[in-house]
Write a protein that binds this ligand. Structure first.
Ligand code: SF4
Ligand code: SF4
Length: 414
């Protein structure tokens, strides 16, 4: 029997800003088991150790009882994808994501040399930018296939990351994009860390759509990674959070928009030592799908399309932002387009932020299930509002794009 009553999270409800919703702590887990069937790792392993309920017991041991945990308990804890499907279904509204981040921070150990390099690259735009010509050369050179076959990448622990590589955009995205129609306002676009190089199509589509509905777009070059990868892996994201809050709060804009729901989920829960500044930031933040829907001009008609599209609903969208319906409503603006949700949209695709790299076998099994659902729906393409999911699902054979790319293609010439 474990006791949650002495749970000390350091973020007591009384410390929440008054406008925040009430967030229960782990003591309110009723162990009802409603989360069990929602959990993708339970789907894979079918054992109690791979359920959210059991992980909360382990979390209690670490945070409440200050007890050591076994290697087995650690493994089952680490198998969690942080998809938060358990949180969305829990009648006690357990803040599973928040608890998990706290445990990861408590269990923090020195990252491997490779992980350190990845963190540094995510943090440092200049280093990333310098690396891009080398990466482009590698992808063009023809050595990719022989290098993969040689087994060297596997030996160096780089095989999984290498398999996800796409062609990077080499030019920096301009920081100002004026509208050519009657101006209605100005928004800022959150691009985060690698989207500017690897998800350029989505960002350009976002800018094109925003300009088309009368908004000029700022892309502040000083912005950086949202911090999700750091925070979910027990590293401090404080400086990344503080930087983004300072950069975006300094702008005179109607809204700060994100295009990737994985980043959006992190941004929407930003907390910093300056509570007022983080509240200000969160108030101006909006998912771009919601913004476009809200501000779509009555007179703007899109061109028809005869495509059949399947909608993948990322966990960050379903379980945190909870705005997946905005995608369907936006796609409905394309005349003749046939739209269907993927079966089992409630089950994670396996990407899980960095999970696809840290737990490649579990991640591949979940991706396989998702690919079966994609094959079954017989769609011309699949849309996903999260870049991470799209990259993972697209590895080696992909037809997944952002819904904004589809919408932007149907804009009439203006
Ligand atoms: S659904 Fe919520 S209350 Fe029930 S066992 Fe899972 S975490 Fe606990
Ligand atoms: S976050 Fe997802 S993988 Fe982790 S326990 Fe909850 S449902 Fe399972």
């Amino acid at each position: 029997m474990f006791d949650f009553m002495d749970f000390e999270l350091g973020d007591d409800v009384s410390e929440q800003p008054l406008s925040s919703p009430y967030i229960p702590d782990a003591s309110e887990c009723m162990r009802c088991g409603m989360c069990v069937s929602a959990c993708p790792t339970f789907k894979l392993f079918q054992i109690d150790e791979e359920t959210p309920r059991r992980r909360i017991r382990t979390i209690s041991k670490i945070l409440v009882e200050n007890l050591p945990i076994s290697a087995d308990e650690r493994m089952h804890l680490d198998n969690c994808l942080q998809c938060r499907a358990c949180e969305a279904i829990c009648p006690s509204r357990m803040a599973y994501g928040r608890l998990f981040d706290q445990v990861r921070a408590r269990l923090r150990s020195a990252p491997s040399a490779l992980a350190r390099l990845a963190f540094r690259l995510i943090e440092n735009k200049r280093r990333r930018t310098r690396l891009m010509p080398l990466l482009a050369l590698y992808l063009k050179s023809g050595v990719r296939k022989p290098l993969r076959n040689s087994g060297l990448l596997k030996l160096l622990g780089l095989a999984n990351a290498e398999a996800l590589l796409g062609k990077p955009a080499m030019q920096t995205l301009a920081s100002y994009h004026p509208t050519r129609v009657a101006r209605r306002g100005r928004v800022a676009l959150f691009t985060g860390c690698i989207a500017e190089q690897f998800d350029r199509d989505t960002l350009l589509a976002a800018i094109k759509l925003l300009n088309a509905i009368g908004y000029e777009v700022l892309v502040p070059p000083q912005q950086g990674c949202c911090g999700a990868i750091h925070q979910h892996n027990g590293q401090s994201a404080e400086s990344l959070i503080a930087n983004n809050i300072a950069v975006f709060n300094a702008l005179d804009v109607d809204a700060v928009l994100h295009t990737a729901t994985g980043c959006g989920a992190m941004l929407a829960e930003y907390q910093s030592s300056d509570g007022e500044a983080s509240e200000l930031f969160r108030q101006s933040l909006l998912d771009i799908n919601d913004f476009l829907l809200k501000h779509w001009p009555d007179g703007l008609q899109l061109l028809p399309s005869s495509l059949k599209v399947a909608v993948h609903e990322p966990c960050s969208q379903r379980n945190v932002l909870k705005n997946q319906q905005a995608v369907y409503a936006l796609l409905a603006k394309i005349p003749d387009l046939s739209v269907a949700p993927l079966a089992d949209n409630s089950v994670c695709c396996g990407a899980g932020g960095s999970y696809m790299l840290t737990h490649p076998e579990n991640a591949s099994q979940l991706r396989e299930l998702k690919r079966q659902a994609i094959a079954a729906v017989r769609a011309d393409c699949v849309v996903s509002s999260n870049f991470g999911c799209a990259v993972f699902l697209n590895a080696d054979n992909g037809a997944v794009c952002h819904p904004l790319s589809l919408l932007a293609k149907q804009l009439p010439d203006q």
